[in-house]
Design a protein around this ligand. Structure first.
Ligand SMILES: *Cc1c(COP(=O)(O)O)cnc(C)c1O
Length: 246
């Protein structure tokens, strides 16, 4: 039996339902974003036809090329990768959401670059919950001042927080990093921010993320199958491991 994107997608949706129900959460509180980097446009189309509406991309050039092949589908595009300041204009023009805002300069540019004719760009602030120097994300201590800045920008709508915890098999460590993000989210809400999105959890750790309060999980491999090549962050992590071992 060959495993298709449609059957893997349905298995992921079923998993979300099962985990949510076992925690007493409703499964419609948890949105599934298909993280489609390195997949060709046909794979996204296949997932769309099987019911997936929201896709996340990490690299602008790759995303724009795919979008050209999918203009007939009203996909909701989310940008989830590192942002260089010279890319903000085309990100602001082509995406509905950005999950990876981690500094004021990028937020200012995205707001300035977002057209008046489009709804505000929906924003999550990426937090570095693992403290790894190589990781993107605002430091937890600097989050509240970044949030205070972003919430005043006219063309952005602050929706919540995002994190990519340390790649580790240590479930307790991973869980504590998801919990930290939930605590930061809860604190901001108690400070009066109207936030509704906690973007955390990937193929390997979505159960734990949902247990810690995720409202959006970003799933790639479990929907599309293994990626055939490594993304730059994965290459960098491998190189760092190798350097440590020497
Ligand atoms: C690739 C990626 C994901 C999905 O990872 P999988 O392990 O393939 O599920 C989620 N979030 C971000 C930011 C990613 O780059």
């Amino acid at each position: 039996m060959t495993t298709t994107i449609a059957s893997r997608l349905h298995a992921v949706q079923a998993r979300i339902d099962t985990v949510a129900h076992s925690l007493g959460r409703r499964s419609d509180e948890i949105t599934l974003l298909a993280a489609s980097k390195t997949n060709p446009a046909e794979n996204l189309r296949e997932a769309w036809l099987a019911g997936q509406k929201i896709f996340g991309e990490n690299y602008l050039q790759e995303a724009l090329a795919k979008m050209q092949h999918l203009t007939d589908l009203p996909i909701e595009w989310h940008f989830i990768g590192p942002i260089q300041s010279n890319k903000t204009r085309r990100i602001a023009e082509n995406f509905s959401w950005v999950h990876s805002v981690d500094r004021t300069k990028i937020a200012d540019r995205l707001s300035k670059d977002r057209s008046e004719s489009l709804p505000p760009l929906q924003i999550c602030l990426q937090v570095n919950v693992s403290g790894e120097a190589s990781k993107s994300g605002v430091a937890p201590e600097e989050l509240s001042s970044l949030a205070a800045h972003v919430v005043r920008l006219p063309r952005l709508k602050l929706r919540g927080l995002m994190a990519v915890p340390e790649l580790t098999t240590a479930t307790a460590l991973q869980r504590s990093q998801f919990h930290m993000l939930w605590e930061l989210f809860d604190r901001l809400k108690r400070d009066g921010y109207a936030l509704d999105t906690l973007s955390m959890g990937m193929s390997e750790d979505m159960d734990v993320a949902i247990a810690e309060g995720a409202t959006m999980v970003r799933v790639g491999t479990a929907i599309f199958g293994p990626r055939r090549y490594l993304i730059p962050e994965e290459l960098a992590a491998l190189a760092a491991k190798k350097a440590q071992a020497l």
